[in-house]
Write a protein of this length. Structure first.
Length: 184
């Protein structure tokens, strides 16, 4: 049965972690110090340390590495973040939406399912519907229902037509009722 190699911690890291724990100003610095001190003093495993600190096992190693960088003056803060799982860059998304924006400004109804198909074709793989909605929200698009009236409609002519419309439609009241047809 294979066993993991024993944990070796530099004594300078332990001393620095002690000092950092006393003067820590935020939770990240305290976790860095504890990621060094807990396995060293309490003989906890990385999994146990992660459970105590409330982070993943991989984060314990990351915290230990960040403490070493902090001790050497090379730590620049947590560099993770950003859009690691992006499908398109922000510029690419803006360029993609430019064509759709022109259609929307021309009065066409832009449908999310059509956008989804276009994105899938561009990426070469299918995308879920929520991807389209998140993309639209990210760029400030909002759902706008079509107008109740056509933009070129003449309201005065419509009202005049309503006033002049006959009370009964000429073809309807002259037609033979169905009951009369059946009685014959």
């Amino acid at each position: 049965m294979w066993m993991a190699r024993p944990l070796q911690t530099d004594t300078l890291d332990i001393v620095f972690a002690d000092e950092l724990l006393k003067r820590a100003t935020d939770a990240r610095e305290m976790r860095m110090a504890q990621a060094i001190l807990l396995p060293e003093r309490m003989k906890t495993t990385f999994a146990q340390t992660a459970n105590i600190l409330g982070v993943s096992t991989r984060s314990v190693s990351r915290l230990r590495g960040d403490l070493r960088l902090l001790r050497e003056g090379l730590y620049e803060g947590d560099q993770r973040g950003g859009r690691r799982r992006e499908n398109m860059t922000l510029e690419g998304e803006t360029a993609f939406l430019a064509g759709w924006r022109a259609r929307a400004e021309a009065g066409e109804v832009v449908v999310a399912s059509e956008m989804r198909q276009a994105i899938a074709e561009q990426l070469g793989r299918p995308v879920v519907e929520s991807h389209v909605y998140r993309l639209l929200a990210r760029h400030g698009w909002r759902k706008v229902a079509p107008d109740t009236r056509h933009p070129k409609a003449d309201v005065e002519k419509q009202e005049e037509w309503k006033k002049k419309f006959p009370k009964r439609w000429p073809g309807c009241w002259r037609a033979t009722p169905p009951e009369a047809v059946r009685r014959s």
